[in-house]
Design a protein around this ligand. Structure first.
Ligand SMILES: Cc1ncc(COP(=O)(O)O)c(C=O)c1O
Length: 388
């Protein structure tokens, strides 16, 4: 980019979001004069404690929970680790964990570690639309599951999983149900009672709070073995002096999200569809990945034909977006999530994930579609093209 180029168009809101203005305003006092430790008994500490409790109520309100059900963590990864490892340790013995083939590493890796420690791990496959096979999940859960952990909205493709139906099966068989809602909270309405989950992970930086703050919803009566050991903060479930400024930020982000959720459906969803329609018109053979209806309003994962998505994005500095692929020893490997949907490696390498936010405009969508299509034409028609 040169100084005369227009600002790049940020279409990577599933990677992270900017901190909203009201969120920054809410947290700043706690980085300045209001620096008390919530455990301190004098006025400065009491004000910090009150701010933490106000934020707890704000987070709870967004997901239909009570304030006492919210445990603050350092983010989505820690929330899911606490849910998964904390449940298995509390249950004791050898447990069976049921999950899917399209989980985020924040779930996959603790599950892998538990499998190494001798627990049984069952990954239920998904269909071509990215939805878990409910019949296979039901069978796996019925065969003695202690914990079921499922991503609510898949971060790469936006597909929503039938969490409530799976939770019903989990509870019928006495298993604990965890949902990783890092991508869905703040984008669609979430009600923990309707989802019927015992545990639900939240990641602040996906909903306009800063990075490094998150929360775990813990249903009444669900006990967890803490993963971190220390003092008694968060009712002994997550020790460590509270990150007051970021907790306040998460509370405000949740309040803001509640007020903006209708906009996600009325504005963001049509813009996402508009982006797909424009790309489809300009790029013959371009396809969309994921479930057509059961999906996040802001997420568009497309397969550019005959090229790699990385090449398209490298040729398109005007648009900030992601591919699901990874580079290993100079070789590009397709996203394991797309491979789990049955998409052949060669096609999956063409993936680009475009994720919109509350700040995305119609003009940005038109410009991004034109720039991406132009980049695709240049890459596809370059003499060295078709490396994939
Ligand atoms: C679905 C999902 N779960 C968990 C996480 C991890 O959250 P955090 O970055 O707050 O640790 C992410 C972030 O990319 C995510 O998309």
């Amino acid at each position: 980019m040169t100084p005369s180029d227009p600002d790049p168009i940020y279409l990577d809101h599933n990677a992270t979001t900017p901190v909203a203005a009201s969120v920054l305003d809410a947290m700043l006092p706690f980085l300045r004069g209001e620096y008390g430790n919530p455990s301190s008994g004098y006025a400065l500490g009491r004000r910090a404690k009150e701010a933490v409790e106000t934020a707890r109520a704000q987070v709870a309100a967004l997901i239909g929970a009570d304030a006492g059900n919210i445990v603050f963590t350092s983010g989505g990864t820690e929330a899911s680790n606490l849910a998964i490892r904390g449940t298995v340790r509390r249950l004791g013995g050898r447990q069976k964990i049921v999950t899917s083939t399209v989980e985020h590493p924040a779930t996959d890796e603790p599950c892998n570690r538990l499998a190494c420690d001798g627990h049984a791990l069952h990954r239920v496959p998904v269909g071509p639309d990215g939805r878990i096979d409910v019949a296979q999940a039901t069978t796996a859960i019925g065969a003695g599951a202690g914990l079921v952990t499922l991503i609510h909205a898949q971060n790469e493709i936006g597909t929503l999983q039938p969490v409530a139906a799976i939770a019903q099966e989990a509870h019928r068989h006495g298993a604990v149900m965890h949902a990783d809602a890092a991508q869905s909270v703040g984008k669609i309405a979430i009600d923990v009672k309707a989802l019927d989950v015992d545990l639900l992970s939240i990641a602040g930086h996906k909903l306009y709070a800063p990075k490094g703050i998150g929360a775990l919803y813990v249903r009444d009566g669900i006990a967890l073995e803490p993963v971190l050991l220390g003092a008694g903060q968060e009712n002994g479930r997550r020790p460590g002096t509270e990150n007051v400024a970021s907790i306040v930020a998460l509370g405000e982000a949740c309040r803001l999200a509640a007020s903006r959720l209708p906009q996600a459906q009325t504005t963001i969803r049509p813009l996402t569809d508009e982006l797909f329609a424009r790309l489809q018109k300009e790029v013959p053979g371009l396809t969309r990945v994921g479930h057509p209806g059961e999906r996040l309003p802001n997420t568009l994962n497309v397969l550019f034909p005959g090229v790699s998505g990385r090449e398209v994005l490298n040729a398109c500095p005007a648009v900030f977006a992601s591919t699901g692929s990874a580079c290993h020893a100079d070789r590009e490997e397709a996203s394991p999530v797309l491979r789990a949907l049955g998409i052949p490696e060669r096609e999956a390498l063409g993936a680009v994930r475009l994720s919109l936010g509350f700040d995305t405009t119609a003009a940005q969508i038109a410009n991004a579609a034109a720039a991406l299509a132009d980049a695709w034409r240049r890459v596809a028609h370059a003499p060295a093209a078709r490396a994939v």
